[in-house]
Design a protein around this ligand. Sequence first.
Ligand code: NAP
Length: 264
Amino acid sequence: MVPIDLTGKNAVVFGVTNERSLGFAIGKKLKAAGARVAMTYQGERVRPLVERATRGVADRLFELDVTDEERLRAIVRELGQSWGGIDAVVHAIAFAPRRAMEGKYLETTKEDWLKALEISAYSLVAIVREAMPYLNEGAGVVALSYYAAEKYVPKYNVMAIAKSALEASVRYLAAELGPRGVRVNAVSAGPVRTVAARSIPGFTLLWDHVEKVAPLRRNVSQEEVGNTGLFLLSPLAAGITGEVVYVDAGYHTIGIPDPGTLDV
Ligand code: NAP
């Protein structure tokens, strides 16, 4: 067995709501590997719930609306200075107004389009920029993406465009940060039942479809996404950057589904 030992390393996960959150899944694995873990959540009123869900995993919790750049800067500075550096950053934040996902993409308003891109894609750039002064040599960044970044998926609408921007940002940040020894990658997860997933119209149909046609004939778990996040943030992935790693039971590798699978 090759162990992943992150003892003495410091990780910050942006975007945790509860124990089903994909950010929490990665944070839990980082903690199990020995890292110190900070997490951010949105909205002071949910703090008791987040505290309960993250007990034993999050060493520190911060409330953050990622569009508040001053607050973001203050949190990252506080962590970077008190910890003496940051080794792992997880971006697990996404949002699009519901009406933008229910209607036609053609009807997306400028306001909704910009809001979705700001929160779901630009925030990665803002987070990495603020974290840069504190990132240690060998540090890693992982963002969470979805297949709709590269292919049409019904109802994903502006969130698909945000994920395309997020993946392109991963490549640009990887190129710019690589010379400083910092790696930037994305995990593209298949459908997983989380709060954010519930806001995607037709999520259950998507879930059922993947289960039928994916090579592994099933969906993936939070734990599988967590394991891949941990791997990418560990020295085992020291040669990987600018990459999008799929954790989707192989779904994205299918061109035309096996006709037999569609009748099941
Ligand atoms: P989740 O638990 O709902 O996590 C999404 C997080 O984003 C929530 O904590 C949410 O806070 C936060 N957020 C939204 N707007 C924010 C803002 N302005 N400032 C700060 N935080 C904000 O759902 P999840 O599925 O784990 O999502 C995590 C990431 O995985 C997202 O990027 C998502 O697109 C991606 N992903 C999910 C799936 C899936 O099937 N679940 C598949 C592929 C990729 P609130 O709770 O306050 O809204």
